[in-house]
Design a protein around this ligand. Structure first.
Ligand code: ARG
Length: 458
């Protein structure tokens, strides 16, 4: 019945049962209970301090809210769809428990600024949790990189063999990506960590509230500066969904590589059994389910970003019920990204590297052709001409089904008189890698320095 609703005053007819279910958010926003209670305690204390409600009421409210928190955490709280959302479920229970005082809690506040507060409180903790998961993954990568400072692999462009690199260098490329992901999330905290409470429904409040005091209690370094913006803004959630999508994009590229590397054609790595499954028909199969699923889940995380962007598109100021649709994509992305990062860190730690087949592949596909061209440049040939000479040598090898390393000195000299005996030292895989001794290059010394720099927090 309308009479049971906290907002029932102006209604004469009860809400249609299905409308009630359709409009309710309690099934998903109950996960904000802790933030909702924390925010209400701070709000009540502020109301008391400002003399807006009696201090005895504040004591009862705080006590009542803590006991509700206990009930929820013990699983003894019956969430009601008729009470729509977490805010009204808690407030209504408080009033039932303590009467008059409970009904004073919502003074100078609206669910519009309340929900914005709860999401910001929730998201800021989750962002910190996600950066911690990123740290775990970065650490797993550093350990593998340290263990693979003498593992060579073919570096690819167009997924065609390009030049030999250290496997550690390849892993450190992901460290760079995940460090940038962390940087973006850290930076977004500046915009998440702003107190919206005090905006009221949209225009502020007639009561002499102290917003700074609420901000201080809740650990917000700043307060919103425009009440309309405070209740309308979901940029911070979109920014998070976008940052999370970039994390997933990185994870999906890594997943794809792990999947390719563990095929029988490549045999570069082996994922531990715990991260794979078998086939119900083909007895030989060991499928890389975990990276496949992470790659797949990237789709839903991108979808969540598109969903909220589309929900927010063209919404007039200020709050609109459409915005209740912000929570499910947000929660789903938080859960998905955390799960993917956690499982990835464990998977990388346990990944076995097949140094021999990776090293063998590093030397195939004319991977050191550029080194021969560079060799000729050092002997005085302009690079373009050197490129041409090596191209001819490669064509000769293709025709005779051999590798550059198998050419004799006499054969080499067919292509250029500048070639000498020292050609054989310049185009080994190891020489090729270590010759790339520039900042950001794959030479062992550079990679070691990079690992140390990241370990030292740079
Ligand atoms: N459950 C609502 C939401 O998540 C809370 C805010 C409702 N405000 C309102 N005026 N109906 O957006």
């Amino acid at each position: 019945m309308s009479k049971d609703k906290l907002w029932g005053g102006r209604f004469t007819q009860p809400t249609d049962k299905f409308v009630e279910e359709f409009t309710a958010s309690i099934d998903f926003d109950k996960r904000l209970y802790h933030q909702d209670i924390r925010g209400s305690v701070a709000h009540a204390r502020m109301l008391g301090k400002q003399g807006i409600i009696p201090l005895e009421d504040v004591e009862q409210i705080v006590h009542g809210l803590h006991s509700i928190l206990g009930q929820i955490e013990a699983g003894h709280f019956d969430f009601s769809i008729a009470l729509e959302d977490i805010h009204m479920n808690i407030e209504s229970r408080l009033s039932t428990a303590i009467g008059e005082a409970g009904k004073r809690l919502h003074t100078g506040r609206s669910r519009n600024d309340q929900v914005a507060l709860d999401i910001r409180l929730y998201l800021r903790d989750e962002v910190v949790a996600i950066t911690t998961y990123l740290d775990l993954l970065i650490d797993a990568l550093l350990v593998q990189a340290e263990d693979n400072l003498d593992t060579y692999m073919p570096g690819f462009t167009h997924l065609q063999t390009a030049q030999p690199i250290l496997f550690a260098h390849h892993l450190m490329a992901y460290v760079e990506m995940f460090k940038r992901d962390k940087g973006r999330l850290d930076d977004s905290l500046k915009r998440i960590n702003v107190l919206p409470l005090g905006a009221g429904a949209l225009a502020g409040t007639t009561f002499p509230i102290d917003r700074e005091y609420v901000a201080e209690q809740l650990g917000f370094p700043a307060i919103t500066r425009n009440s309309l913006d405070a209740v309308s803004d979901r940029d911070f959630a979109l920014e998070f969904l976008s940052n999370a999508s970039i994390v997933m994009m990185h994870l999906s590229r890594f997943s794809e590589e792990l999947i390719i590397w563990s095929t029988s054609a490549f045999q570069f790595i082996e994922l531990s059994d715990g991260f794979c499954t078998g086939s119900s028909i083909m007895p030989q199969k060991k499928n890389p389910d975990v990276p496949e699923l992470v790659r797949g889940k990237t789709g839903r995380v991108y979808g969540n970003l598109m969903a909220l962007l589309t929900t927010m598109k063209a919404l007039p100021l200020a709050y609109n019920k459409d915005m209740q649709e912000d929570k499910e994509p947000l929660f789903d992305t938080i859960d998905t990204v955390k799960g993917c990062l956690k499982i990835f860190a464990d998977m990388i730690r346990e990944m076995r590297v097949n140094t021999d087949s990776m090293g063998r592949a590093a030397g195939q596909g004319f991977s050191t052709a550029t080194d021969v061209a560079d060799y000729l440049v050092r002997k005085g040939l302009p690079f373009r001409d050197a490129h041409e000479v090596v191209g001819k040598a490669v064509a000769y090898c293709v025709e005779n089904q051999m590798d550059l390393s198998e050419l004799s000195l006499t054969e080499w000299q067919l292509f250029s008189g500048r070639i000498d005996r020292d050609i054989f030292e310049c185009c080994t895989v190891e020489a090729s890698v270590n010759a790339r001794n520039v900042p950001g290059g794959t030479a062992r010394e550079r990679v070691v320095n990079e690992i140390n720099a990241v370990r030292a927090g740079n």
